[in-house]
Design a protein around this ligand. Structure first.
Ligand code: NIG
Ligand code: FE
Length: 406
Protein backbone atom coordinates (compact mmCIF):
# COMPACT_ATOMS: atom_id res chain seq x y z
CA UNK A 1 0.00 0.00 0.00
CA UNK A 2 1.24 3.53 -0.75
CA UNK A 3 2.48 5.49 2.25
CA UNK A 4 0.56 8.52 3.45
CA UNK A 5 1.91 12.04 2.98
CA UNK A 6 1.50 15.67 4.04
CA UNK A 7 1.25 18.24 1.28
CA UNK A 8 -0.24 21.67 0.64
CA UNK A 9 -1.73 22.70 -2.69
CA UNK A 10 -2.20 26.40 -3.34
CA UNK A 11 -3.99 28.20 -6.18
CA UNK A 12 -5.96 25.06 -7.01
CA UNK A 13 -9.23 25.51 -8.89
CA UNK A 14 -11.19 22.55 -7.70
CA UNK A 15 -13.70 20.43 -9.58
CA UNK A 16 -14.76 18.53 -6.50
CA UNK A 17 -17.53 16.32 -7.97
CA UNK A 18 -19.11 16.66 -4.56
CA UNK A 19 -22.76 17.12 -5.37
CA UNK A 20 -24.81 15.79 -8.25
CA UNK A 21 -26.86 18.89 -8.88
CA UNK A 22 -24.40 21.78 -9.02
CA UNK A 23 -22.73 21.08 -12.35
CA UNK A 24 -18.94 21.24 -12.26
CA UNK A 25 -19.01 23.97 -9.56
CA UNK A 26 -15.45 25.02 -10.36
CA UNK A 27 -14.13 26.92 -7.33
CA UNK A 28 -12.04 30.05 -7.05
CA UNK A 29 -8.35 29.26 -6.33
CA UNK A 30 -8.14 27.33 -3.04
CA UNK A 31 -5.56 26.02 -0.64
CA UNK A 32 -5.91 22.32 0.11
CA UNK A 33 -3.99 20.98 3.08
CA UNK A 34 -3.32 17.27 3.12
CA UNK A 35 -2.36 15.44 6.26
CA UNK A 36 -1.42 11.76 6.42
CA UNK A 37 -2.75 11.19 2.92
CA UNK A 38 -6.17 12.72 3.60
CA UNK A 39 -7.72 16.06 2.72
CA UNK A 40 -7.57 18.04 5.94
CA UNK A 41 -8.90 21.45 4.91
CA UNK A 42 -9.96 23.49 1.90
CA UNK A 43 -9.63 27.26 2.37
CA UNK A 44 -9.44 30.51 0.43
CA UNK A 45 -6.03 31.69 1.63
CA UNK A 46 -3.35 31.13 -0.98
CA UNK A 47 -0.07 31.99 0.68
CA UNK A 48 2.85 29.88 -0.54
CA UNK A 49 4.60 30.42 2.83
CA UNK A 50 4.24 27.16 4.71
CA UNK A 51 7.14 25.85 6.71
CA UNK A 52 8.17 22.22 6.88
CA UNK A 53 5.60 20.92 4.39
CA UNK A 54 5.94 20.47 0.63
CA UNK A 55 3.88 23.11 -1.18
CA UNK A 56 2.63 22.71 -4.74
CA UNK A 57 1.57 25.89 -6.52
CA UNK A 58 -1.15 24.75 -8.95
CA UNK A 59 -1.07 28.16 -10.67
CA UNK A 60 -4.86 28.20 -11.09
CA UNK A 61 -4.90 24.86 -12.89
CA UNK A 62 -7.99 22.66 -12.61
CA UNK A 63 -7.76 19.90 -10.02
CA UNK A 64 -10.16 16.95 -10.14
CA UNK A 65 -10.39 13.85 -8.01
CA UNK A 66 -7.84 11.30 -9.27
CA UNK A 67 -9.58 9.23 -11.93
CA UNK A 68 -10.79 5.77 -10.98
CA UNK A 69 -10.79 2.95 -13.52
CA UNK A 70 -13.40 0.76 -11.88
CA UNK A 71 -13.50 -2.25 -14.27
CA UNK A 72 -10.37 -3.78 -15.82
CA UNK A 73 -8.80 -7.10 -16.67
CA UNK A 74 -5.28 -5.67 -16.59
CA UNK A 75 -3.35 -8.78 -15.58
CA UNK A 76 -2.95 -11.55 -18.18
CA UNK A 77 -0.42 -13.38 -20.33
CA UNK A 78 0.10 -12.90 -24.10
CA UNK A 79 -2.18 -10.84 -26.33
CA UNK A 80 -4.92 -11.47 -28.90
CA UNK A 81 -3.80 -9.57 -31.99
CA UNK A 82 -4.38 -12.66 -34.15
CA UNK A 83 -7.94 -12.98 -32.92
CA UNK A 84 -8.45 -9.32 -33.87
CA UNK A 85 -7.32 -10.23 -37.38
CA UNK A 86 -9.76 -13.18 -37.43
CA UNK A 87 -12.65 -11.03 -36.28
CA UNK A 88 -11.96 -8.55 -39.05
CA UNK A 89 -12.24 -11.42 -41.49
CA UNK A 90 -15.78 -11.91 -40.24
CA UNK A 91 -15.61 -14.44 -37.37
CA UNK A 92 -17.65 -13.26 -34.37
CA UNK A 93 -16.37 -12.93 -30.78
CA UNK A 94 -18.87 -15.60 -29.67
CA UNK A 95 -17.86 -17.99 -32.49
CA UNK A 96 -14.18 -17.62 -31.57
CA UNK A 97 -15.02 -18.34 -27.92
CA UNK A 98 -17.02 -21.44 -28.88
CA UNK A 99 -14.02 -22.75 -30.87
CA UNK A 100 -11.86 -22.59 -27.72
CA UNK A 101 -10.21 -19.26 -28.63
CA UNK A 102 -11.02 -15.92 -27.04
CA UNK A 103 -10.81 -15.90 -23.25
CA UNK A 104 -9.48 -19.49 -23.23
CA UNK A 105 -6.45 -18.58 -25.33
CA UNK A 106 -5.54 -15.92 -22.76
CA UNK A 107 -6.12 -18.54 -20.04
CA UNK A 108 -3.43 -20.74 -21.64
CA UNK A 109 -0.92 -17.89 -21.76
CA UNK A 110 -1.76 -16.75 -18.23
CA UNK A 111 -1.37 -20.22 -16.74
CA UNK A 112 2.11 -20.47 -18.30
CA UNK A 113 3.25 -17.11 -16.88
CA UNK A 114 4.83 -16.65 -13.47
CA UNK A 115 3.52 -14.00 -11.09
CA UNK A 116 6.53 -11.81 -11.94
CA UNK A 117 5.95 -12.20 -15.67
CA UNK A 118 2.33 -11.15 -15.21
CA UNK A 119 3.48 -8.02 -13.38
CA UNK A 120 6.01 -7.28 -16.16
CA UNK A 121 3.28 -7.69 -18.79
CA UNK A 122 0.94 -5.36 -16.89
CA UNK A 123 3.23 -2.43 -16.05
CA UNK A 124 3.25 -0.81 -19.54
CA UNK A 125 -0.56 -1.02 -19.64
CA UNK A 126 -0.83 0.43 -16.16
CA UNK A 127 1.51 3.25 -17.20
CA UNK A 128 -0.94 4.15 -19.97
CA UNK A 129 -3.71 4.46 -17.39
CA UNK A 130 -1.57 6.56 -15.05
CA UNK A 131 -0.84 9.00 -17.87
CA UNK A 132 -4.59 9.49 -18.24
CA UNK A 133 -4.84 10.59 -14.58
CA UNK A 134 -5.82 7.32 -12.92
CA UNK A 135 -5.06 7.00 -9.18
CA UNK A 136 -7.21 3.91 -8.40
CA UNK A 137 -7.77 0.84 -10.53
CA UNK A 138 -9.91 -2.25 -10.13
CA UNK A 139 -8.34 -5.44 -11.52
CA UNK A 140 -10.10 -8.75 -12.05
CA UNK A 141 -8.72 -12.26 -12.15
CA UNK A 142 -10.44 -14.64 -14.58
CA UNK A 143 -7.69 -15.89 -16.87
CA UNK A 144 -6.34 -18.52 -14.45
CA UNK A 145 -9.44 -20.64 -13.75
CA UNK A 146 -7.63 -22.93 -11.29
CA UNK A 147 -7.22 -22.20 -7.60
CA UNK A 148 -3.47 -21.55 -7.98
CA UNK A 149 -3.71 -19.49 -11.16
CA UNK A 150 -6.56 -17.30 -9.95
CA UNK A 151 -4.66 -16.55 -6.72
CA UNK A 152 -1.50 -15.90 -8.76
CA UNK A 153 -3.37 -13.29 -10.81
CA UNK A 154 -4.78 -11.60 -7.71
CA UNK A 155 -1.35 -11.51 -6.06
CA UNK A 156 0.18 -10.02 -9.23
CA UNK A 157 -2.59 -7.39 -9.30
CA UNK A 158 -2.06 -6.40 -5.68
CA UNK A 159 1.72 -6.26 -6.05
CA UNK A 160 1.40 -3.50 -8.67
CA UNK A 161 1.08 -1.14 -5.70
CA UNK A 162 4.74 -1.91 -4.95
CA UNK A 163 5.80 -0.84 -8.45
CA UNK A 164 3.76 2.31 -9.09
CA UNK A 165 1.89 5.00 -7.10
CA UNK A 166 -1.57 3.46 -7.57
CA UNK A 167 -4.33 1.98 -5.44
CA UNK A 168 -5.57 -1.42 -6.58
CA UNK A 169 -8.94 -3.04 -5.78
CA UNK A 170 -9.12 -6.71 -6.69
CA UNK A 171 -12.04 -8.75 -7.96
CA UNK A 172 -12.17 -12.53 -8.19
CA UNK A 173 -13.61 -13.45 -11.60
CA UNK A 174 -13.00 -17.20 -11.51
CA UNK A 175 -16.46 -17.45 -13.10
CA UNK A 176 -15.25 -15.82 -16.33
CA UNK A 177 -15.61 -18.92 -18.48
CA UNK A 178 -15.60 -22.69 -17.97
CA UNK A 179 -12.05 -24.02 -18.38
CA UNK A 180 -11.51 -26.79 -20.96
CA UNK A 181 -10.98 -29.45 -18.29
CA UNK A 182 -14.55 -28.83 -17.01
CA UNK A 183 -16.09 -28.47 -20.48
CA UNK A 184 -18.41 -31.42 -19.95
CA UNK A 185 -19.32 -30.52 -16.40
CA UNK A 186 -19.48 -26.74 -15.87
CA UNK A 187 -21.42 -27.19 -12.61
CA UNK A 188 -18.43 -29.01 -11.14
CA UNK A 189 -16.31 -25.94 -11.97
CA UNK A 190 -18.87 -23.77 -10.15
CA UNK A 191 -18.47 -26.18 -7.19
CA UNK A 192 -14.70 -25.58 -7.29
CA UNK A 193 -15.26 -21.81 -7.31
CA UNK A 194 -17.68 -21.96 -4.39
CA UNK A 195 -15.95 -24.61 -2.31
CA UNK A 196 -12.29 -23.72 -2.85
CA UNK A 197 -11.50 -20.58 -4.81
CA UNK A 198 -13.79 -18.07 -3.04
CA UNK A 199 -12.91 -19.41 0.44
CA UNK A 200 -9.16 -19.21 -0.33
CA UNK A 201 -9.32 -15.72 -1.87
CA UNK A 202 -11.28 -14.54 1.15
CA UNK A 203 -9.01 -16.23 3.70
CA UNK A 204 -5.89 -14.77 2.06
CA UNK A 205 -7.59 -11.36 1.70
CA UNK A 206 -6.75 -11.28 -1.99
CA UNK A 207 -10.15 -10.12 -3.28
CA UNK A 208 -12.45 -7.23 -2.41
CA UNK A 209 -15.26 -8.40 -4.71
CA UNK A 210 -16.50 -11.36 -6.72
CA UNK A 211 -17.70 -11.05 -10.33
CA UNK A 212 -19.39 -13.49 -12.76
CA UNK A 213 -19.70 -13.40 -16.56
CA UNK A 214 -23.43 -14.16 -16.74
CA UNK A 215 -23.90 -14.93 -20.44
CA UNK A 216 -24.59 -17.76 -22.87
CA UNK A 217 -20.80 -18.14 -23.33
CA UNK A 218 -20.25 -17.66 -19.58
CA UNK A 219 -22.50 -18.83 -16.73
CA UNK A 220 -26.27 -19.15 -16.51
CA UNK A 221 -28.47 -17.46 -13.90
CA UNK A 222 -28.51 -20.45 -11.52
CA UNK A 223 -24.72 -20.80 -11.62
CA UNK A 224 -24.30 -17.04 -11.21
CA UNK A 225 -26.56 -17.04 -8.17
CA UNK A 226 -24.57 -19.86 -6.54
CA UNK A 227 -21.40 -17.79 -6.90
CA UNK A 228 -23.06 -14.60 -5.62
CA UNK A 229 -24.56 -16.42 -2.62
CA UNK A 230 -21.16 -17.88 -1.72
CA UNK A 231 -19.45 -14.51 -2.12
CA UNK A 232 -22.03 -12.96 0.19
CA UNK A 233 -21.43 -15.71 2.74
CA UNK A 234 -17.72 -14.81 2.75
CA UNK A 235 -18.44 -11.09 3.12
CA UNK A 236 -17.18 -10.23 -0.37
CA UNK A 237 -18.85 -7.55 -2.47
CA UNK A 238 -20.65 -8.48 -5.68
CA UNK A 239 -20.32 -7.31 -9.27
CA UNK A 240 -21.60 -8.81 -12.51
CA UNK A 241 -20.75 -8.86 -16.21
CA UNK A 242 -24.38 -8.85 -17.26
CA UNK A 243 -26.54 -8.26 -20.34
CA UNK A 244 -23.48 -7.72 -22.56
CA UNK A 245 -24.43 -9.92 -25.51
CA UNK A 246 -27.98 -10.91 -24.53
CA UNK A 247 -30.46 -10.37 -21.69
CA UNK A 248 -30.40 -13.20 -19.13
CA UNK A 249 -31.66 -11.08 -16.22
CA UNK A 250 -28.23 -10.88 -14.59
CA UNK A 251 -28.68 -7.25 -13.53
CA UNK A 252 -31.74 -8.21 -11.48
CA UNK A 253 -29.63 -10.81 -9.75
CA UNK A 254 -26.91 -8.24 -9.04
CA UNK A 255 -29.63 -6.03 -7.58
CA UNK A 256 -31.07 -8.89 -5.50
CA UNK A 257 -27.65 -9.32 -3.87
CA UNK A 258 -27.24 -5.53 -3.44
CA UNK A 259 -24.24 -5.74 -5.77
CA UNK A 260 -21.91 -2.82 -6.27
CA UNK A 261 -22.35 -2.71 -10.04
CA UNK A 262 -23.94 -4.26 -13.11
CA UNK A 263 -21.39 -4.03 -15.89
CA UNK A 264 -21.72 -3.76 -19.73
CA UNK A 265 -25.58 -3.77 -19.73
CA UNK A 266 -26.10 -3.07 -23.45
CA UNK A 267 -29.09 -5.46 -23.37
CA UNK A 268 -30.48 -4.20 -20.04
CA UNK A 269 -34.29 -3.84 -20.18
CA UNK A 270 -36.69 -1.60 -18.24
CA UNK A 271 -37.14 -4.17 -15.46
CA UNK A 272 -33.36 -4.38 -15.10
CA UNK A 273 -33.02 -0.58 -14.95
CA UNK A 274 -35.69 -0.42 -12.24
CA UNK A 275 -33.96 -3.15 -10.23
CA UNK A 276 -30.68 -1.19 -10.27
CA UNK A 277 -32.50 1.97 -9.22
CA UNK A 278 -34.05 0.07 -6.32
CA UNK A 279 -30.83 -1.59 -5.14
CA UNK A 280 -28.57 1.46 -5.52
CA UNK A 281 -26.14 -0.52 -7.69
CA UNK A 282 -24.03 1.38 -10.20
CA UNK A 283 -24.56 0.95 -13.96
CA UNK A 284 -21.07 0.33 -15.34
CA UNK A 285 -20.68 1.51 -18.94
CA UNK A 286 -17.85 0.04 -20.98
CA UNK A 287 -17.76 1.85 -24.33
CA UNK A 288 -14.36 0.40 -25.29
CA UNK A 289 -15.79 -3.12 -25.56
CA UNK A 290 -18.91 -1.80 -27.35
CA UNK A 291 -16.67 -0.08 -29.91
CA UNK A 292 -14.14 -2.88 -30.35
CA UNK A 293 -16.84 -5.56 -30.80
CA UNK A 294 -18.72 -3.25 -33.17
CA UNK A 295 -21.78 -3.74 -30.98
CA UNK A 296 -24.92 -1.93 -32.13
CA UNK A 297 -27.23 -2.41 -29.14
CA UNK A 298 -26.87 0.70 -26.96
CA UNK A 299 -27.19 0.62 -23.15
CA UNK A 300 -30.44 2.29 -21.98
CA UNK A 301 -28.80 5.59 -20.99
CA UNK A 302 -31.93 7.78 -20.91
CA UNK A 303 -33.80 5.29 -18.70
CA UNK A 304 -30.83 5.04 -16.34
CA UNK A 305 -30.66 8.82 -16.24
CA UNK A 306 -34.40 9.14 -15.61
CA UNK A 307 -34.24 6.82 -12.61
CA UNK A 308 -31.05 8.43 -11.28
CA UNK A 309 -29.01 5.25 -11.50
CA UNK A 310 -25.36 6.32 -11.02
CA UNK A 311 -23.40 5.60 -14.20
CA UNK A 312 -19.69 4.77 -14.10
CA UNK A 313 -17.36 4.48 -17.10
CA UNK A 314 -14.30 2.25 -17.20
CA UNK A 315 -11.77 0.99 -19.72
CA UNK A 316 -12.59 -2.74 -19.27
CA UNK A 317 -8.99 -3.09 -20.44
CA UNK A 318 -8.58 -6.69 -21.59
CA UNK A 319 -6.83 -8.44 -24.47
CA UNK A 320 -9.99 -9.53 -26.30
CA UNK A 321 -12.61 -6.81 -26.29
CA UNK A 322 -11.08 -3.56 -25.05
CA UNK A 323 -7.34 -3.02 -25.54
CA UNK A 324 -7.46 0.68 -24.59
CA UNK A 325 -5.33 1.91 -21.69
CA UNK A 326 -6.65 5.46 -21.56
CA UNK A 327 -9.55 6.37 -19.31
CA UNK A 328 -10.09 9.83 -20.84
CA UNK A 329 -10.53 8.12 -24.22
CA UNK A 330 -13.34 6.10 -22.62
CA UNK A 331 -14.90 9.38 -21.43
CA UNK A 332 -14.83 10.52 -25.04
CA UNK A 333 -16.42 7.26 -26.22
CA UNK A 334 -19.01 7.45 -23.42
CA UNK A 335 -20.04 10.81 -24.87
CA UNK A 336 -19.79 10.07 -28.59
CA UNK A 337 -21.09 6.49 -28.59
CA UNK A 338 -23.47 6.46 -25.60
CA UNK A 339 -24.58 10.12 -25.53
CA UNK A 340 -23.34 11.00 -22.06
CA UNK A 341 -22.52 14.61 -21.33
CA UNK A 342 -18.88 15.37 -20.49
CA UNK A 343 -20.04 16.12 -16.95
CA UNK A 344 -21.67 12.68 -16.67
CA UNK A 345 -18.48 11.19 -18.07
CA UNK A 346 -16.41 12.89 -15.37
CA UNK A 347 -18.77 11.65 -12.66
CA UNK A 348 -18.42 8.22 -14.25
CA UNK A 349 -14.69 8.13 -13.59
CA UNK A 350 -14.74 9.87 -10.19
CA UNK A 351 -17.61 9.78 -7.67
CA UNK A 352 -19.66 7.09 -9.42
CA UNK A 353 -16.61 4.95 -10.11
CA UNK A 354 -15.72 5.13 -6.40
CA UNK A 355 -19.25 3.98 -5.59
CA UNK A 356 -18.84 1.04 -7.98
CA UNK A 357 -15.91 -0.08 -5.84
CA UNK A 358 -17.76 0.44 -2.56
CA UNK A 359 -15.44 3.40 -1.83
CA UNK A 360 -17.83 6.30 -2.36
CA UNK A 361 -17.33 7.42 1.24
CA UNK A 362 -13.56 7.97 0.86
CA UNK A 363 -12.62 8.43 -2.82
CA UNK A 364 -13.85 10.08 -6.00
CA UNK A 365 -14.53 13.55 -4.57
CA UNK A 366 -12.42 16.43 -3.28
CA UNK A 367 -13.82 16.76 0.18
CA UNK A 368 -12.54 17.11 3.73
CA UNK A 369 -11.68 13.70 5.18
CA UNK A 370 -11.45 12.03 1.74
CA UNK A 371 -8.27 10.38 0.51
CA UNK A 372 -5.93 12.87 -1.15
CA UNK A 373 -5.95 11.26 -4.60
CA UNK A 374 -6.04 14.07 -7.15
CA UNK A 375 -5.24 14.93 -10.74
CA UNK A 376 -3.92 18.35 -11.80
CA UNK A 377 -4.73 19.21 -15.43
CA UNK A 378 -3.48 21.61 -18.10
CA UNK A 379 -6.99 22.40 -19.30
CA UNK A 380 -9.27 25.41 -19.18
CA UNK A 381 -12.56 23.53 -18.82
CA UNK A 382 -13.41 20.04 -17.47
CA UNK A 383 -15.20 19.13 -20.73
CA UNK A 384 -11.76 19.02 -22.37
CA UNK A 385 -11.14 15.74 -20.58
CA UNK A 386 -13.83 14.12 -22.74
CA UNK A 387 -13.17 16.18 -25.84
CA UNK A 388 -9.69 15.69 -27.28
CA UNK A 389 -7.87 12.37 -27.31
CA UNK A 390 -4.12 11.76 -27.40
CA UNK A 391 -2.94 15.10 -26.08
CA UNK A 392 -1.15 14.73 -22.74
CA UNK A 393 -3.22 17.02 -20.51
CA UNK A 394 -2.13 15.68 -17.14
CA UNK A 395 0.17 17.96 -15.16
CA UNK A 396 0.58 15.67 -12.13
CA UNK A 397 -1.17 13.04 -10.06
CA UNK A 398 -1.34 13.02 -6.29
CA UNK A 399 -1.80 9.67 -4.56
CA UNK A 400 -2.28 9.59 -0.80
CA UNK A 401 -0.92 13.11 -0.66
CA UNK A 402 2.23 12.21 -2.60
CA UNK A 403 3.00 14.23 -5.73
CA UNK A 404 3.79 11.96 -8.69
CA UNK A 405 5.19 13.23 -12.00
CA UNK A 406 4.81 9.99 -14.02
O1 NIG B 1 -15.37 -7.59 -20.08
N1 NIG B 1 -17.12 -10.17 -21.09
C1 NIG B 1 -16.26 -10.84 -20.62
N2 NIG B 1 -15.04 -10.46 -20.29
C2 NIG B 1 -14.27 -9.44 -20.91
C3 NIG B 1 -13.63 -9.94 -22.15
C4 NIG B 1 -12.55 -10.85 -21.84
C5 NIG B 1 -11.80 -11.34 -23.03
O2 NIG B 1 -12.30 -11.40 -24.16
O3 NIG B 1 -10.65 -11.71 -22.77
C6 NIG B 1 -15.07 -8.19 -21.09
O4 NIG B 1 -15.40 -7.77 -22.21
FE1 FE C 1 -14.94 -6.92 -18.30
Amino acid sequence: MCSEHDLILVNARLVSMESDDRGYAITSPKTVTIQKGKIHSITDTNSTEHSGVQVVDCKNKLVTPGLIDSHTHLVFGGNRAEEFEQRLKGVSYEAIAKQGGGILSTVNATRKATEDQLVENTLPILDGLLRSGVTSVEIKSGYGLTLEDELKMLRAAKSLENHRRIKVSTTLLAAHTTPTEYKHNPDAYVDLICQEIIPAASELELADSVDVFCESIGFNIEQTERVFATAQQYGLKIKGHVEQLSNLGGAQLVAKYKGLSADHIEYLDAVGVQSLADSGSVAMLLPGAFYFLKETQLPPISQLRELNVPMAIATDFNPGTSPFADLTMMMNMGCTLFGLTPEEALRGVTCHAAKALGLGHSRGQIKQGYEADLAIWNIAHPAELSYQVGIPRLSARIVNGELCHD
